[in-house]
Design a protein around this ligand. Structure first.
Ligand code: FAD
Ligand code: MLT
Ligand code: ZN
Length: 500
């Protein structure tokens, strides 16, 4: 049975009453206290429509002070809360399990400062990722992270999940790019760690506790982030490989030969490609001449003085350049001659580049359209990664469509099992097999999506008992009543001392 159906409400939490509502209205005004059924229905339901809570209240603070007052009150009343950003999370972390109060920070969406020399931006947690990308594009900078959910996800959500995405191979994780943050603890204490320094070794670097803690330790209200300059030459190739070993060899070659200009190395298998072409409108196979088993996207980003004209460009303001393009072209030619790549296309303009990206970024949406999906987000040694996919196909036979894609350049496999409906007999063939397999490889059962509700009680497959105990002790210290995002991230059995 799923995590949602086996979880029991913690009876030490209070339920909302009319005095609570009056108090919140006093702090936030009418507009910040949402009780309309339709809005609550959206906020109670996750992106996959797999997890659904029954919260009767969503609060929309507009300042850190409001967040602080809300949490102070909820803590004193023992009211459980769930922090919510864009609600695009894929592990059931962003929606209530029962009647937790939803604290949605979307109204905190201002860019506070941007330093044009250093590229350091300070903004509020509710800024939508795509808006930050556009803002920076105008300033000649880019965000160090990009992901398919950019139109809805928020920087606070990104930092809380330590989202990886499509460019991690080049710019590293948010543990590197986030220079500081402001967070509010369960009791309302505001922690100002909003530094803008590249280097600061004064004591423990506590901001890292909040990066990737999925709203279980505090609510992030502001973020300071180092953004790289936008370079003048971006190119994208869409390639086909005959087998998985070729994909893997191509990755080693790309790291060696494209080195500093490599900015994405993504893969999808034929099952993922078929789904996208079947379920998403207006997409064409860029390599239609024959069937291929695997597809790879390679993006390069470099600086160059030589410019083409503006009509032939990838981003509107970024011209293609001959020099880095030549480097990629030479690499592709070599890879075709050696047989690693069997077919390929280089994006000729911004429209073609976006349609190539749309194929890769569209896989999660295509899976949703195909029916029910069991999602696994694994870090595995790249040479072993596809063995798991093949074993899973053998286990499930015709009962399900086993689909693989992901951030191959980062050793991150998205193994997705698509079926008509959720079904316990299929689930029992997938789990715990998938977690045991990953654990044996010393892989991670959550490479980038987090644990949320889905994998809270699976943490031991990737972390030792001592490590989990220490995590629980930190949780207890920061949130003694356990009001912040209960039932998520850590197993209830380990957290049982918390509450009441
Ligand atoms: P939400 O979904 O609202 O919340 C996610 C978690 O963070 C929850 O536990 C929530 O409680 C907590 N949270 C949110 N805001 C705050 C805050 N201000 N303070 C404290 N806690 C908070 N993820 C990747 O890593 N890489 C990808 O490539 C990627 N691609 C995706 C593509 C699609 C189409 C979709 C639907 C999702 C994708 N995701 C990906 C997953 C998801 O988008 C990311 O995890 C994203 O960072 C979540 O941001 P959000 O604002 O939607 O957060
Ligand atoms: C992706 O890389 O497309 C995302 O992480 C979403 C997913 O895994 O489905
Ligand atoms: Zn991903």
């Amino acid at each position: 049975a799923s995590a949602a159906s086996t979880t029991v409400r913690n009876q030490s939490f209070s339920s909302i009453n009319s005095d609570d509502i009056s108090y919140f209205k006093k702090i936030l005004g009418e507009r910040g206290v949402v009780q309309e059924e339709e809005k609550l229905d959206d906020a109670n339901t996750d992106w996959m429509r797999k997890y659904k809570g029954s919260s009767k209240l969503m609060l929309q603070p507009r300042s850190t002070e409001e967040v602080s007052r809300i949490l102070h009150y909820c803590n004193s009343r023992c009211l459980a809360v769930v922090p919510q950003g864009g609600n695009t999370g894929l592990v059931g972390g962003s929606v209530p399990v029962f009647d937790e109060v939803i604290i949605n920070v979307s109204s905190m969406n201002n860019i506070l400062t941007f330093d044009k020399d250093s590229g350091i931006m300070v903004c509020e947690a509710g800024c939508i990722l795509e808006n930050l990308i556009s803002f920076l594009d105008n300033e000649g900078y880019i965000m160090p992270l990009d992901l398919g959910a950019k139109g809805s996800c928020q920087i606070g959500g990104n930092v809380s999940t330590n989202a990886g995405g499509l460019r991690l191979i080049r710019y590293g994780s948010l543990h590197g790019s986030v220079l500081g943050l402001e967070a509010v603890l369960a009791n309302g204490t505001v922690l100002d760690m909003l530094g803008t320094l590249r280097k600061d070794n004064t004591g423990y670097d506590l901001k890292h506790l909040f990066i990737g803690s999925e709203g279980s330790l505090g609510i992030i209200t502001k973020v300071s982030i180092l953004t790289p300059p936008r370079l003048s030459s971006v190119n994208l190739a869409f390639l086909a490989c005959k087998d998985y070993t070729s994909c893997q060899k191509l990755l080693s070659e790309a790291k060696r030969k494209l080195g500093e200009i490599l900015s994405a190395f993504e893969f999808l298998d034929i099952k993922a490609m078929d789904l996208v072409l079947k379920h998403l409108d207006g997409l064409r196979d860029p390599l239609p001449s024959s069937m291929h088993n695997f597809y790879i996207l390679i993006e390069t980003t470099g600086s160059s003085e030589s410019h083409d004209n503006l009509s032939n460009c990838y981003f509107e303001s970024v011209p293609f350049s001959h020099i880095t393009r030549e480097k990629l072209e030479a690499f592709l030619l070599e890879s075709m001659e050696s047989g690693l790549v069997t077919d390929g296309a280089l994006a000729q303009d911004i429209n073609q580049a976006s349609s190539f990206w749309r194929i890769r970024e569209g896989v999660p949406e295509a899976l949703m359209k195909a029916g029910a999906v069991y999602k696994y987000d694994l870090s595995l040694p790249p040479e072993k990664m596809y063995d798991l996919v093949e074993e899973m196909r053998e286990r499930l036979g015709d009962a399900a469509n086993v689909v693989a894609y992901g951030h191959l350049g980062d050793g991150n496999l998205h193994l997705n099992i698509s079926t008509q409906q959720y079904n316990n007999s299929i689930l029992s063939k997938i789990e715990p097999f998938v977690y045991e397999w990953t654990s044996k490889q010393r892989g991670s059962i959550s490479a980038e999506h987090g644990l949320g509700l889905m994998k809270a009680d699976k943490i031991h497959y990737s972390k030792s008992a001592e490590t989990v105990q220490l995590m629980a002790a930190i949780k207890r210290l920061l949130d003694p009543n356990g009001i912040l995002n209960p039932y998520k991230v850590l197993p209830m059995s380990v957290l049982s001392q918390i509450g009441g």
